[in-house]
Each structure stands twice: as structure tokens, then as C-alpha cells.
Write a protein that binds this ligand. Structure first.
Ligand SMILES: [Zn+2]
Length: 279
């Protein structure tokens, strides 16, 4: 940016300030520039931002979203490092800054199938996002597990790996291979999916403590998780799932205008529809 541009005052200005659920924790040094009051300015998207997230592959590989986040939240220096619990807040902030706080959406009543339109105030969603308790640990005998959230980069890589294996599994039944080869192919794909799941769990484990050692090396933790008692594995897995669901947006309470049935509607920030709906 040129320092003496007389047009500078016409550049985009922050239009909303957000508080990160992580409070800026878990960001490696240099990846976040946290303002003293804890409120991050969010700028509206530029035309270039808008084009980049609409590129078909952009959402899938995450790189374009990283560019958009860094463009609209300049305090975030490296969006790959963003902990998973902050992602929804940041995306909602960008949506509000760029298109306003009303999101028109629809909901179908599970009792009578009646579908009705409604408007969500995205600012009220921001207030409802909670901070999961990453300070708690899981104990098993004299083993202690400590946790951390996955990064945006972890999330993206896992999604891509999972997608590839699911694609293999979906294509195999239709393929020209002999039946025995198909079964082998599906078994292999399932094994790889399980390996991806275990790897993803390990990304959420910050440290394992024993009476004599504090282990943070990912390769040692992965070996432990593939060789431990299933009871240990399951309690670690359940704890990670709980932390993840604590960070999710609570569902909205709805009443069907047709039959008055009360139900809960989950809010998903499916990126394509989330941003496209506003244009
Ligand atoms: Zn109904």
C-alpha cells in the first residue's frame, strides 16, 4: 500500500469487531496480532476476495479461504494456524461485515414436513458460540492426556483425505474389477479411513504425561494411540468429540407455523450457500 495515497480514506473500513472463542490462545507466536481489548476488526470482502472464494476448487483446498480470512481479518497473520473453535466466528464476522447481519434461510418441520422461511440475526449466533474447556485432562491409571484444538490446516487436510477415501469406496462397486478385488479395495479404503481418524485424534492431543515423562512428539503419541487398550482409546476419543461439540453452534429452537410443533434446527455454515445466499 502506498503511504501517501489521497484515496486511502475511501478504502474499506472495519464494520464489525469479533471476540475469538479461543481468546487468542493456541495461536503460535506471530500468527495473531491480538488487540489489547481482545476485539478483532473485520473488514468487508474486496471484489478479489469474493472471486477467490467462488472459484469451485477454492473452498475445497482451503487456500482461497485462508486468503479471504487474512484479507478481512488483518490481525490474523496466518489463517492456517487458526484453531478450529474460532473458524465459525471468523466466517460469520466476514459474512456480517460484507453482506449485513441478516441471513435468510429455511427450515422444514420434522412433524408435518412444512417448510418455512426465516431470518437469523448472525450477531446473535456469535453470542451463542461457547469456548470449550481445553484445560481439562483425561486420566487412565498413571497416564494423563492433555488436549488442544485442531488447526484450520488440520481440518482441511483431514477433510480432503476423507473425501478421497470415500470417493474410492463409492466408485468401487461400479468398477470393472472382480468381486474379490472390490472387497479388498473397500477393506483397504476403510483401513485408510480409520488411520485418518486416528491421525485426526492425535492432532487434538497436546501432550501425554506419565510419572516419568511429558511426551509431545506426534509420532510417539500416534504409536500410543494405535497400540493402547481400546478403553483408553475410547475415553480419549469421547473427550475430543465432546470438546468439538462444545464449540459447535447450539441449534435454534423453532416452532412450526403450520402445526405449532416445537423442534431444534441445526445451523450449518456450509460455505457455498452461506456466502452465496447473500449475493
Ligand atoms: Zn409442522
Amino acid at each position: 500500500m502506498t503511504p501517501n495515497n489521497p484515496l486511502k480514506q475511501y478504502f474499506r473500513q472495519p464494520s464489525i469487531y469479533i471476540r475469538l472463542p479461543s481468546h487468542g490462545e493456541f495461536y503460535p507466536p506471530g500468527t495473531l496480532d491480538m488487540p489489547p481489548n481482545g476485539e478483532l476488526p473485520v473488514l468487508p470482502m474486496t471484489a478479489v476476495d469474493e472471486i477467490s472464494y467462488r472459484t469451485p476448487d477454492a473452498l475445497f483446498n482451503g487456500a482461497a479461504m485462508v486468503d479471504v480470512i487474512q484479507s478481512c481479518c488483518p490481525n490474523i497473520r496466518n489463517a492456517w494456524a487458526v484453531p478450529a473453535m474460532d473458524v465459525d466466528t471468523i466466517l460469520i464476522g466476514i459474512r456480517v461485515a460484507s453482506y449485513g447481519h441478516d441471513l435468510d434461510t429455511s427450515s422444514q418441520c420434522p412433524a408435518c414436513d412444512h417448510s418455512h422461511e426465516f431470518t437469523v440475526d448472525l450477531r446473535s449466533l456469535l453470542d451463542r458460540i461457547k469456548t470449550p474447556d481445553y484445560a481439562s485432562c483425561v486420566r487412565h491409571g498413571d497416564l494423563e492426556f492433555y488436549f488442544r484444538p485442531m488447526t484450520y490446516q488440520n481440518l482441511n487436510e483431514n477433510n480432503q483425505l476423507q473425501f478421497e477415501q470415500q470417493k474410492v469406496m463409492a466408485m468401487l462397486p461400479e468398477s470393472e474389477l472382480a468381486d474379490s478385488n472390490k472387497i479388498q479395495g473397500i477393506t483397504d479404503a476403510l483401513k485408510r479411513l480409520t488411520a485418518i481418524t486416528v491421525q485426526a485424534l492425535c492432532q487434538s492431543i497436546a501432550m501425554v504425561r506419565t510419572p516419568t515423562a511429558m511426551v509431545t512428539e506426534p509420532e510417539f503419541i500416534l504409536e500410543l494411540m494405535t497400540n493402547c487398550d481400546r478403553k483408553v482409546f475410547n475415553s480419549v476419543r469421547d473427550h475430543i468429540i465432546k470438546l468439538k461439540s462444545d464449540a459447535e453452534m447450539p441449534p435454534l429452537s423453532m416452532t412450526c407455523p403450520e402445526c405449532q410443533h416445537g423442534y431444534e434446527q441445526a445451523i450449518t455454515l456450509d460455505m457455498t450457500s452461506f456466502f452465496e445466499a447473500a449475493s
